[in-house]
Design a protein around this ligand. Structure first.
Ligand SMILES: [Zn+2]
Length: 133
């Protein structure tokens, strides 16, 4: 999707700072706020850390990005906002799309959700480790 359309869909105006951060997110796919800050400071030294935080918050609030906590307890931002799962490998995160798994979980879990609440998001994280012989 074209960047103008993406921003129009979420109701945010394109500013040079937002565009720069969005492009970093598209490039990195999964990243911490520190990753974004170090990339942005290289290309846009005028952008302050608080601006990066503010823009990342607005991207998250608008649903443009999602976030999850990795096995090390660090918040990772994700440019992919649709339902998907992660396999954490030694080299990063693999996105797994599995609609059947999502439907299975929704079916199996629906009777266990407290009254007055509904299932919002499913987050599954799978970790791997190097094979040692
Ligand atoms: Zn992802």
């Amino acid at each position: 999707m074209e960047i103008r359309e993406t921003f129009k869909n979420i109701g945010l105006k394109i500013t040079p700072q937002r565009r720069a951060i969005y492009e970093v997110l598209c490039e990195l796919k999964h990243c911490s706020i520190d990753d974004v800050i170090s990339r942005i400071r290289d290309s846009h030294p005028d952008v302050t850390i608080s601006t990066v935080y503010r823009i990342m918050d607005s991207f998250y609030e608008s649903g443009l990005i999602t976030k999850f906590i990795n096995p090390q307890g660090k918040t990772i931002f994700d440019i992919t906002s649709r339902d998907h799962y992660h396999i954490h490998t030694a080299n990063g995160y693999l996105d797994i799309d599995d609609k059947q798994l999502s439907e299975l979980i929704r079916r199996r879990i629906s009777s266990k959700i407290p009254e007055g609440e509904e299932l919002d998001k499913i987050s599954i994280q799978i970790t791997t480790k190097p094979i040692t012989e």
